[in-house]
Ligand binder design. Structure first.
Ligand code: MG
Length: 290
């Protein structure tokens, strides 16, 4: 199933999208009478009578505004650096990599983005032009945890995933380099576009998804999630070794080659650029630079 957070003028609500492409069923209006947010849905999903959802009234998707599926994450978004070989090479050679890590990492590089950086589909990415002259995009598969846990084994890891979404790990490359730790350069307000919805894990093999990114309709990134250096199961195993994962935690799994910093000369984002990220079986996340 697909779940979106949306507004029809009032406060944000959660709805089930489809099965027809153009409808959304608000969960609070149907027989489920579910009034929580997406994080509540992720944590209580296994206990819900899902067959009731299709009996609820439907709205036209075109008549609502889609918001980030998890509007304000309960804590930082976990992220993975240099998780595709060709991107690891391009980034190491870009001059913006202040880390001393090997070109191809031997263990996952884990950092986080601030929950306050999240925005939804079609929301504007702030250029922060007073702070950065190297605004960049990163198309990524986002993993949303359902059942939490610690010391989750690689074998059990995917059973802890509730669903998948699309994340643009927007980055100020100059800040990323200057501050060495990546947090500031990746956490400015509006730097985490997410959406357009979450597709539940039963519909997705996370290591067999085409992923692409266009800037103004021009293809910049195109790869398959099978090319990840550390797959989703390994990332969950790695993070949960000493950090208990909780329902609605989000992991951005790294970006393929083709980011702006990888071109010679670099092709950074500028005002009015439109970034569209598509992932097979999930959809397309589009945002314009303000
Ligand atoms: Mg990234």
């Amino acid at each position: 199933m697909r779940f979106a957070t949306f507004s029809r003028g009032g406060s944000p609500e959660v709805g089930a999208v489809g099965p027809a492409e153009d409808v959304i069923r608000p969960l609070r209006d149907g027989p489920l009478a579910f009034s929580g947010d997406m994080s509540n849905l992720a944590e209580s999903y296994d206990d819900l009578a899902l067959d009731l959802i299709s009996r609820g009234p439907a709205l036209k998707l075109s008549e609502v505004q889609l918001l980030a599926p998890i509007l304000t994450p309960r804590r930082n978004v976990f992220c993975v650096g240099k998780n595709y070989k060709e991107h690891a090479k391009e980034f190491s050679q870009s001059g913006f990599d202040a880390s001393s890590a090997a070109e191809i990492p031997e263990v996952p590089i884990i950092f986080t983005k601030s929950p306050g950086s999240v925005i939804g589909p079609l929301a504007e990415i702030s250029s922060h032009s007073e702070l950065t002259q190297s605004l960049d995009y990163e198309a990524e598969l986002g993993v949303v945890i359902g059942r939490g846990g610690a010391a989750i084994s690689r074998e059990a890891a995917l059973s802890h995933v509730w669903g998948y979404t699309i994340i643009n790990d927007v980055t100020a490359r100059d800040l990323q380099r200057r501050h060495q730790q990546w947090f500031i350069g990746k956490s400015l307000d509006t730097f985490c576009p997410m959406g357009p919805w979450i597709v539940t894990a039963d519909e997705i093999d996370p290591q067999r998804l085409d992923i692409s990114c266009k800037v103004n309709e021009q293809l910049r990134q195109h790869a398959n999630t099978r090319d990840m250096i550390f797959d989703v199961a390994t990332l969950i195993e790695t993070i949960s070794k000493g950090i208990t994962l909780r329902a609605a935690d989000i992991i951005a799994t790294g970006t393929p080659a083709g980011v702006g910093a990888g071109f010679k000369p670099p092709r950074f984002l500028k005002r009015d650029d439109v970034v569209s990220i598509s992932i097979e079986k999930i959809g397309t996340l589009t945002n314009r630079v303000a």
